[in-house]
Every structure is written in C-alpha cells, then in structure tokens.
Write a protein that binds this ligand. Structure first.
Ligand code: SAH
Ligand code: SF4
Ligand code: F3S
Length: 481
C-alpha cells in the first residue's frame, strides 16, 4: 500500500468512491490477521453503539483481535457522531494522535465511520489525508468489502445512499445479557435543528421475521433482555407492505411487539426512541398487556412551548404530550419517563424557556438529557437570524440541569424500601462483592452478590432486591432471598 507523509500539503490519492452495487468477493479468514489487532471508539447514540458491535464482529470474523490499547492497534476505527458541534470536534482531536502514529507506522489503517463520515465524505480526506476509509452508517455491514479495497491500496469513501443489507455477521456484543436490536434505520422527519435525516438517510425497516430471528439467536446465546432501536421507532414498518383486512397497517411497532414477545429465554423487552407525534394509545395498551415490556419510555419532548415546538417542526403540542404521559400513567402508574430537551433554540424567550422548566417539574421526569442548541450543517434552524448567545446557552443549561437533578432525585425517592426486580448484568466495577443491574424502570441498581440464604447470584439472574439506599442516579439494595 502506498504510504503518505503526514503533512496536509501531501497530495491526495484519488479516493475510490464506492458504489453500493460493487461488492468484492469476501476475503477468507486470514491467519496473518490473527496477529493483527483492532480498536473501535464509539461516539453518539445507541444506534452507533449497535453499529460498532456489528463492525467489531466483522473484524473478528476476518481474523483481527481486539487490541488492549488504542495506541497499539493495527486498525483504528472511530464511529462518530455529529448531533452537536462538540460531538463532531471530538473525532478530530482523537484523530490527531493516530495521524502521528501513522508517520512511523504506515501500515496502520485509519477508519472514520458513522455520522461525521457521512456528513463530511471526501472533505474529511482533504482535512485528514492519512485516512484510509471514510464510511457512512449505512455501510457498516460492508466493512469487510471496504477493507479489502483498502488492502488493495485504495483510499475509500463510502457514503452513497445504500440499501442496508440484512446482516449475516455475528456482532461482538459488549454485554452478554442485554442486546440492542436495530428494527428501523434512518429517519424521515424534518426537525429543523436535526442532522440525523441527512446522515442516516431514509427510513428502512427490517421485517418482523428477521427481527424475531435475531432475538431468538440472542436468546440462544444467553441474552435475557433486548432493546429495539430506531431514531424514530414509532415509524417502524411504514415502509413495509402489509395492510390487514380491516384496512389497518399490520406492520406497526405495536404489531412487532406482539410478534416478538414470546421468545423463550428473553425476560425483558425495551424500545427507543419514541416520537410523541406517533406514540399511539394502542401501543400504550400493548405495553401494559405484554408482561416482558418494561415500564420505561424515552419520549423526547424538546420544549415546553407550543410555538417553539412548531418552529422545531415536531408535529405535536405540549397538550398532546401531557395526554400521552397521562395515558401511560393510567395503565402503568409506576412507569419511568425520560426525555430530551433542547435549550436556547433560535428565538427562545425567557418565558418560553421557563415553560420548559415548568413542564419538567409538572411531568416529573425520571431522567432528562439536556443540551444547548447547536447549529448543524444543512439544517434550517442553523440559518435563522434569531440565534441565542453562547452566554445565554450556558446560563440556561445550568438552570435547567438544577431542576432536572432535583426532579430526578424526587422521583428516585419513591424506591426507598421497595422491592424491585433487577436483572443482574455484571459485577459492580467499584465493588466486586456487588452486582449491577437495572430495575424494569431502567434504574441502575447495585446489590450484594450473595443473597441472605447464601445463594450467589450471577449475571443473567432476575433478582428481587430490597432497596436500602437512594441517590440521584442509582440505587443500592440487598437480595430478598
Ligand atoms: N430521534 C430522537 C432523538 C435524536 S437525537 C428524537 O426524535 O427525539 C438525540 C437528541 O439530541 C434529540 O432528542 C435532541 O434533544 C438533541 N439534539 C438533536 N439535534 C440537536 C442540536 N442541533 N442541538 C442540540 N441538541 C440537539
Ligand atoms: Fe432528528 Fe427529529 Fe428524526 Fe429525531 S425525529 S432523529 S430529532 S429529525
Ligand atoms: Fe449522533 Fe448519528 Fe446517533 S449524529 S446521535 S451518532 S444518529
């Protein structure tokens, strides 16, 4: 393979911009590669984490081993996020160190995958000429084919719109107990602040049958919990054929939940992320009827002000959001509700900001991910003149985080003294005599590995835990038996 001098004035090779129809033959498992190692760093959301697990599986099936250290790996892959500017900038600082390594180790392969790769494409090669491969999220399953092209001496950019082929690779999962299952890729919404539709492409749902097959495989491997994933999971199935005799779509998220519910060995099912515009009463009823569906819903509200929701193009009102929450609580009074909020969206007045604070207190969210608005490329809101100053952003973020923490602590108090079912996931890294797991409502919980009867619990066990200690973001307790 041709080598480069690490200097931005180095002329670029003409990169190979791949076409999705071009699929090179698979490279057989290579004994040489079994001496080689890989490293993946993942930024961003659960979707990226799931993609990274599949890409790690591909690398291992090709013969690479996981490196113990980022600075020793032969293949380094950054799976990137561009949801906000600070997320995007992280990758450039990480890349700097690897570019230095490449000067003395020209065989090092550097890959940028994920949403920054999709957003920047070839421009990323101009900025960092040392890169070997730039690949958008729709190409994650094609990593092996793309690496063969790199092995053939090409610098490769794979960012074209691509039909995501059903994945036949075994993902290398970080957890052995809780697994992600992608059910829909992409997003067709047009929220005016959001870069996701332009980097993740059009919605593509997997069939109910292939989702079921993957969940059965996970169960065979010992997994006990699955989380179904989609950027807008309520859109599941709208690109699939299938209308029932009554004229209703029969491939909705609700149908999918009924379809996959009874897989033996799987004890818990979660799903994310829900969109208030499409969250239906039928879905709420299904969640309350199906025992394995956990009582935790992540439903981003973004703002507590109707005019702002309109300028965000979210397609619902605060009143509709409240109705959804009360319908959930009618059927599942103890359900945990988490949300995302953006502060300092263009034009946000102090009154509008305060309406968001009031809504947080009123709803009593269990958890809120807050962020100050960050203008993103190719999004309408980035071009509006009514941007809020940086100092206001910092100020509002501080203020909202205080309310969020207070509300979360208040919500957490309800667990004091209660008995909760916890799925043990692994050891507490800070105290090996304890296991860590989650309640059905997704509360992180630590408890003694040894029960009162002397029984030693292991990852994968469902344990009844009496909660003795409550903090803002976690619980501690002891097994009942
Ligand atoms: N699909 C989900 C979330 C997508 S991104 C939804 O529809 O809600 C995760 C969160 O990042 C969003 O909920 C939003 O709160 C935040 N976010 C997205 N774009 C942002 C931007 N430009 N600036 C600040 N926060 C943003
Ligand atoms: Fe972004 Fe909106 Fe799609 Fe969520 S629903 S990913 S916020 S465009
Ligand atoms: Fe980030 Fe891409 Fe997810 S932009 S939040 S990694 S879809």
């Amino acid at each position: 393979m041709e080598t480069y001098q690490s200097s931005s004035s180095t002329p670029l090779k003409v990169p190979l911009v791949t076409s999705s129809t071009k699929n090179l033959p698979k490279s057989p498992y290579s004994p040489e590669r079994s001496q080689s190692s890989y490293w993946i760093t993942t930024f961003g959301c659960q979707m990226n984490k799931a993609d990274s697990e599949r890409m790690a599986g591909i690398l291992e099936s090709m013969g690479y081993n996981q490196a113990s250290n980022e600075l020793e790996a032969d293949v380094v892959l950054y799976n990137t996020c561009t949801i906000r500017d600070n997320a995007e900038q992280k990758v450039y600082s990480y890349l700097g160190r690897q570019v230095l390594r490449k000067q003395s180790n020209p065989n090092l392969k550097l890959i940028v995958a994920g949403c920054v790769a999709q957003q920047e494409g070839e421009a990323l090669l101009r900025r960092v000429p040392e890169l070997d491969l730039v690949m958008g999220p729709q190409h994650a399953n094609r990593l092996e084919t793309l690496l063969i092209q790199v092995d053939n001496g090409q610098q490769v950019v794979a960012t074209d719109e691509h039909h995501i082929m059903e994945d036949l690779t075994t993902a290398r999962r970080d957890s052995k107990i809780c697994g992600w299952v992608n059910v829909i890729y992409g997003c067709n919404e047009r929220c005016t602040y959001c870069v996701v539709p332009s980097v993740r492409g059009k919605e593509q749902s997997r069939t109910k049958q292939s989702v079921l097959k993957e969940i059965k495989e996970l169960s065979n491997q010992g997994f006990r919990e699955v989380t179904l994933l989609g950027q807008n999971i309520d859109a599941y199935g709208r690109d699939l054929p299938g209308i029932s005799s009554s004229g209703r779509r029969e491939n909705t998220l609700t149908d999918l939940l009924y379809f996959i519910h009874n897989v033996k060995g799987i004890e818990r099912i979660r799903f994310a992320t829900s969109h208030p515009r499409y969250f239906t009463e039928r879905l709420i009823k299904a969640c309350s009827e199906l025992p394995k569906i956990c009582e935790h819903f992540h439903i981003p509200v973004q703002s507590g002000d109707n005019d702002l929701l309109k300028s965000m193009s979210r397609g619902y009102t605060v009143e509709r959001y409240r109705r959804i929450i009360s319908q959930i609580r009618e059927r599942m009074p103890d359900a945990a509700i988490s949300t995302d909020v953006i502060v300092a969206f263009p034009g946000e007045s102090i009154d509008q900001f305060e309406r968001t604070l009031d809504l947080i207190e009123e709803i009593g969210f269990d958890q809120v991910n807050t962020a100050a608005y960050s203008p993103r490329p190719n999004t309408p809101a980035a071009t509006w003149p009514n941007q809020i100053s940086e100092s206001q952003k910092v100020e509002r973020l501080k203020e909202i985080n205080k309310i969020v923490e207070k509300t979360a602590r208040r919500r957490n108090c309800r667990y004091q003294g209660r008995i909760e079912e916890v799925l043990a996931e692994g050891a507490n890294s800070k105290n090996p005599s304890q296991l860590m797991g989650r309640t059905r409502t997704n509360r992180l919980t630590f408890f003694d590995r040894q029960g009162q009867s002397g029984k030693i619990f292991s990852p994968g066990d469902l344990v009844q835990v009496k909660i003795s200690d409550v903090r803002s973001f976690s619980l501690t307790g002891n097994p009942l038996t």
